[in-house]
Design a protein around this ligand. Structure first.
Ligand SMILES: [Zn+2]
Length: 63
């Protein structure tokens, strides 16, 4: 499953987007982006929650 994650979907005025498989690594990339670009240090769980709240299924990265 491929995720299409756009930073703008999470409330930022930002053109950053990720198209990648739904893996823990992809979640980490999004988390790092929030931290590096926006100075917000979300936890991994928080980012997973944000993505799943957008209607994405992340069963593959949950254990
Ligand atoms: Zn951004």
């Amino acid at each position: 499953m491929v995720l299409n994650l756009r930073c703008a979907d999470y409330g930022f005025e930002c053109g950053f987007a990720l198209n990648a498989k739904a893996t823990a690594d992809t979640i980490q990339k999004l988390r790092h982006h929030f931290e590096e670009e926006h100075g917000i240090d979300y936890t991994t769980e928080a980012v997973i929650q944000m993505v799943t709240n957008r209607g994405h299924t992340l069963d593959s990265i949950r254990r």
